[in-house]
Design a protein. Structure first.
Length: 290
């Protein structure tokens, strides 16, 4: 049977380089981002440059905020980001030939593989129950303790570019984004809640509508040439990718899949987005504590 979510590609694009060295990135790019923060108010197109100056982890966090506009806790942000990185490891484990983890980690990966490629409805339900044991609270053991056990082992086994970002790294990003004016926090008696800055979101939303309309117009133009609708969609996706690139399109959550790896020489298509948050958010929603 097929799941609703698109399967991830098996080619090398599945392993997007994720540099978690946030500190170095912020020191080198701080002045650039200050300039961008001042200038994007003058021209919506200036917003397109913001994600280009962010580290991969910073991009994932900012993409999360523009898609989850309401107040969210630091714990929620940590859970979503870390789980998306864990799913990437499980999704691409077959490419880590020497990954020899504990039975706990390998059983998690096996359960995820069964979840993504179930052979029946019964097998899908079984896989969901298995994954819940690794991602949801159980008795006195909370979800964070379970996730920490998985992330600690993954980080011990993989190269740094594939490691799961720590709470400290994610919190550093939050503090930086607050200073840049991208997000804001509300302090209550018991916890801190974060949300996207309304002014920033208004500009982001306006620019997103521009790109969305541009893609829709390209689809219509290709359809008018007489080609099938599915081919018109693919050609419009490839046009947007050529013009703006994956990073910008992910930032605005503009659809660009499927697209051909090589439009001139191959019919092999990519069916998933590069952003880990966008790629796995439906799955993360299933396995988030209520």
């Amino acid at each position: 049977m097929q799941r609703k979510t698109a399967r991830r590609p098996t080619h090398s694009k599945i392993l997007t380089t994720q540099d978690n060295n946030v500190g170095e990135s912020m020191e080198m790019e701080n002045e650039n981002n200050k300039t961008l923060t001042k200038s994007f108010t003058e021209n919506l197109n200036e917003l397109d440059t913001i994600p280009l100056y962010l580290s991969p982890l910073e991009r994932e966090v900012l993409i999360l905020f523009v898609n989850e506009v309401s107040n969210i806790s630091s714990l929620h942000i940590q859970r979503v980001i870390q789980t998306s990185y864990l799913f990437r490891i499980a999704d691409a484990q077959r490419l880590f030939k020497d990954l020899n983890g504990s039975p706990y980690l390998m059983d998690f990966i096996e359960a995820y593989e069964q979840y993504t490629e179930p052979k029946s409805e019964k097998e899908l339900i079984e896989a969901i129950k298995k994954l819940e044991k690794y991602l949801l609270p159980e008795g006195k053991i909370n979800a964070e303790i379970k996730r920490l056990k998985l992330t600690t082992e993954v980080n011990r086994l993989v190269f740094k570019i594939y490691s799961i970002p720590s709470y400290k790294a994610i919190n550093t990003v939050l503090q930086s984004f607050e200073k840049r004016g991208y997000i804001q926090k509300t302090q209550t008696d018991r916890k801190t809640l974060w949300s996207i800055n309304p002014d920033f979101y208004a500009k982001w939303s306006a620019r997103r509508h521009q790109l969305f309309d541009e893609r829709e117009q390209k689809v219509k133009e290709y359809q008018n040439t007489g080609i099938p609708s599915d081919q018109a969609e693919i050609k419009a996706n490839e046009f947007m990718l050529d013009k703006y690139g994956v990073i910008v399109l992910d930032f605005y959550n503009i659809n660009y899949v499927p697209y051909r790896i090589n439009a001139k020489m191959s019919d092999l298509k990519v069916a998933s987005k590069e952003s880990l948050y966008l790629r796995y958010r439906e799955d993360i929603g299933i396995f988030s504590p209520k």
